[in-house]
Design a protein around this ligand. Structure first.
Ligand code: CMC
Length: 431
C-alpha cells in the first residue's frame, strides 16, 4: 500500500493539516482523516457517506463507472457462469477458491447445520399470519443470539467459524418457516441430501401431502440469484452489521440488524417494491404517466429498480440476471403474463428517456430479480427474504474481517450540530 501526504489548508486561518493518503490494490486513493480533528478541531461532513471509505476491506471491489464487481478478485460474471453459491460462500468467507476436498468439507458442514432448534420454530406461532416475512426473519435471527449466546465468544476463531456456517445454513430454514407460516402450511424440514438452492426451494414449495419435483431451471435461477446478491462491499445493510458488531455485540444480533436495514425500499426492499409498482402501473398504456411522475421533482414517486449509488454506467449483476430473467420466462412459459410484458416495456422506455439517461439511472439487479421470483411462484413478500439469504454470507464475511482487524474500533460517527445553543431550563409556569 503506497502512501502520500495530502495537505488540507484553511485559507482564512492558515491552519493546515498534513494527512496521509493511501492507495488500495484497486479503486480511488483515500485521504486518511483520522488525525484531522486533532490537528484542526474540524470534522468531515458526508451524509450518506458517498465520499467516505469506512474501513479497509479485502472482500469485494466495485468500480461503478466501469460496471465491475469482483468477489475476492474474481469477476462476478465468471463466478456466475462457472461457480455455485456454496463455492462463492467459501470464497467470500475464506478468501480463496476451495480445492475439491475443502469444498466437499465445507458443503457437508453447511448441509449438517440446516436444522433449527424446535423451540425456535415455536416462535413463529407468536406472529400473526399476515406478519411480513422480513419482520419474522429478522426477529427469529435475532433470537439466535439467545440460543447460541454461550457458544459465541467473538475472540474464539472456532466459535466465529461455527457461527458463520450455522447462520449461512439456517437462513433458508428460517425463511421457509416464515413462508410456511404466511401460507398456513406445515413447516417442511430441510433435506441434507439436497444442495443449497434445491433444499431452499424444496422447503418453500413441498408439502407433506404429495411429491414435489424440483425444476432444474428454478434451481439454476435461484443459485445464480444467490451468487449475484452474495456481497456488495459497504452497502447499507453490511455497514449496519459492521456498526452493530463493532460494539462487540453478539453477531447473530448484528445480522438481525442487517436484515432490518436491508428491508428498506431504497435497498433490498426494492425487489418487492418493483412488483408493487408494476401492479400499480397496471398496463403498458400507463407507462408514460408513471415515467412522468418519476421525473417530477414535486412527486415522491420513483421508478423502483432503477438507479444505484455506485453503478453509474450499468449494474453488472443486472446484465447477467436480465438474460436469466428472459430464460426463466421462456422456459416456464410465463412470457405472456401481462406484468412481465409491462416490465419489459418499462425497461425499454426508461432506457431511452433523457432524464434516466442523463442521470445514469439504469435498471439495477432488483428490477429483474423480482420478475424472476414471481415467475418461479415465490410470493412478493418473500423477495427481500431471498436477498437476505444470499447476503448473509457477505454480512458474516465482513463481520469476521472487522472483528479480526487489529485497527477495528467501535463505530461512532460525529455530527454537525444544528440545534439550540446552551440555554437555561424554564419552569413550566414560565413557558
Ligand atoms: N426514479 C426517478 N428518479 C431517480 C431514481 C429513480 N429510481 N433514482 C434516483 N433518481 C434521481 C433523484 O431524484 C436525483 O435527482 P436530482 O439529482 O435531480 O435530485 C438523482 O436521480 C440522484 O438520486 P439520489 O437519490 O441522490 O441517488 P442515491 O445514490 O442517493 O440513491 C438509490 C440511489 C438506489 C437509493 C436510488 O436510485 C433509488 O431510490 N432507486 C430506486 C430504489 C432501488 O431500486 N433500490 C435498489 C438498489 S440496488 C439493490 C441494492 O444494492 O440494495
Amino acid at each position: 500500500m503506497s502512501e502520500k501526504i495530502f495537505t488540507l489548508k484553511d485559507n482564512t486561518t492558515g491552519v493546515a493539516a498534513e494527512l496521509q493518503s493511501h492507495e488500495g490494490t484497486l479503486g480511488p486513493e483515500v485521504i486518511d482523516v483520522r488525525k484531522l480533528y486533532a490537528q484542526t478541531g474540524k470534522f468531515t461532513f458526508d451524509p450518506g457517506f458517498a465520499s467516505t471509505a469506512s474501513c479497509k476491506s479485502a472482500i469485494t471491489f466495485i468500480d461503478g463507472d466501469e460496471g465491475v464487481l469482483l468477489y475476492r478478485g474474481y469477476p462476478v460474471e465468471q463466478l456466475a457462469a462457472k461457480s455455485s453459491f456454496i463455492e462463492v460462500c467459501y470464497l467470500l468467507l475464506y478468501g480463496e477458491l476451495p480445492t475439491q476436498v475443502e469444498l466437499d468439507k465445507f458443503d457437508n458442514s453447511i448441509r449438517t447445520h440446516t436444522m433449527i432448534n424446535e423451540t425456535m420454530l415455536r416462535l413463529f406461532n407468536g406472529f400473526h399470519h399476515d406478519a411480513h416475512p422480513m419482520a419474522m426473519v429478522s426477529g427469529v435471527v435475532g433470537s439466535m443470539s439467545a440460543f447460541y449466546h454461550d457458544t459465541m465468544d467473538i475472540q474464539n476463531a472456532r466459535h466465529r467459524e461455527i457461527f458463520s456456517h450455522r447462520i449461512v445454513a439456517k437462513l433458508p430454514t428460517i425463511a421457509a418457516a416464515a413462508y410456511k407460516h404466511t401460507l398456513g402450511q406445515p413447516f417442511m424440514y430441510p433435506r441434507n441430501d439436497l444442495d443449497y438452492s434445491s433444499n431452499l426451494l424444496n422447503m418453500f414449495f413441498s408439502v407433506p401431502a404429495e411429491d414435489f419435483e424440483l425444476d432444474p431451471v428454478a434451481v439454476e435461477a435461484i443459485d445464480l440469484l444467490l451468487i449475484l446478491h452474495a456481497d456488495h462491499e459497504q452497502n447499507c445493510s453490511t455497514s449496519t452489521v459492521r456498526l452493530a458488531g463493532s460494539s462487540g455485540a453478539n453477531p447473530y444480533s448484528a445480522i438481525a440488524a442487517g436484515i432490518s436495514a436491508l428491508w428498506g425500499p431504497a435497498h433490498g426492499g426494492a425487489n418487492e417494491a418493483v412488483l408493487n409498482m408494476l401492479e400499480k402501473i397496471g398496463s403498458v398504456k400507463n407507462i408514460n404517466k408513471y415515467v412522468a411522475k418519476a421525473k417530477d421533482k414535486d412527486d415522491a414517486f420513483r421508478l423502483m429498480g432503477f438507479g444505484h449509488r455506485v453503478y453509474k454506467n450499468f449494474d453488472p449483476r443486472a446484465t447477467i440476471i436480465r438474460d436469466m430473467c428472459h430464460k426463466v420466462l421462456e422456459k416456464l412459459g410465463r412470457k405472456d403474463d401481462p406484468l412481465f410484458e409491462l416490465a419489459l416495456e418499462l425497461e425499454q422506455v426508461a432506457l431511452k428517456d433523457d432524464y434516466f439517461v442523463e442521470k445514469k439511472l439504469y435498471p439495477n439487479v432488483d428490477f429483474y430479480s423480482g420478475i424472476i421470483y414471481r415467475a418461479l411462484g415465490i410470493h412478493p413478500s418473500m423477495f427481500t427474504v431471498m436477498f437476505a439469504i444470499a447476503r448473509t454470507v457477505g454480512w458474516v464475511s465482513h463481520w469476521q474481517e472487522m472483528i479480526t482487524d487489529a485497527e477495528h474500533r467501535i463505530g461512532r460517527p460525529r455530527q454537525l450540530y444544528t440545534g439550540p445553543e446552551n440555554r437555561d431550563y424554564l419552569d413550566v409556569a414560565k413557558r
